[in-house]
Design a protein around this ligand. Structure first.
Ligand code: THU
Length: 138
């Protein structure tokens, strides 16, 4: 996973921040999906490495993340941003392990539950049939 994340990092498109990120997620099927950050001249349009990896996973038909590796090149371990935590929570249980890595290897290991306690997730909405819906009375 570390190697795939490193290889994705090498392909990062980060000309604006010069902060390259690589990610690799392991799905319940055992398949691995890597991604890098993809920045944009319109800055807010940029995409994080985790989102790229999650998109590849979903496109391939997997829906469960059991483990994630995130690699950066800075001196400090890089923790996933808030948006990425929410995106991971869509597909991962709180006990899913998240490894924060530098190029040399794992610097810290945490869980999604530690990164995003009291998460708003798919279960919060309840089963589709139980949701409020229908037309709103004028
Ligand atoms: N970035 C990620 O790819 N993942 C994160 O969890 C944090 C931030 C990217 C976004 C942007 O391209 C660069 O790092 C600097 O914020």
């Amino acid at each position: 996973m570390l190697d795939l994340a490193r290889r994705a990092l090498a392909n990062a498109h980060a000309p604006y921040s010069r902060f390259r990120v690589g990610a690799c997620i392991r799905a319940g099927s055992g398949r691995l999906y890597a991604g890098c950050n993809v920045e944009n001249a319109a800055y807010p349009v940029g995409q994080c490495a985790e989102a790229t990896a999650i998109g590849a996973m979903v496109a391939a038909g997997d829906r469960q993340i059991v483990e994630a590796v995130i690699v950066t090149e800075g001196a400090e371990p890089c923790s996933p941003c808030g948006r990425c935590r929410q995106q991971l929570a869509e597909f991962a249980r709180p006990d899913a392990r998240v490894h924060l890595c530098g190029p040399e290897g794992v610097r810290a290991t945490t869980t999604l539950g530690e990164l995003l306690p009291l998460a708003f997730g798919p279960d919060t909405l309840g089963p589709p049939g139980a949701r409020a819906g229908g037309p709103i009375d004028p």
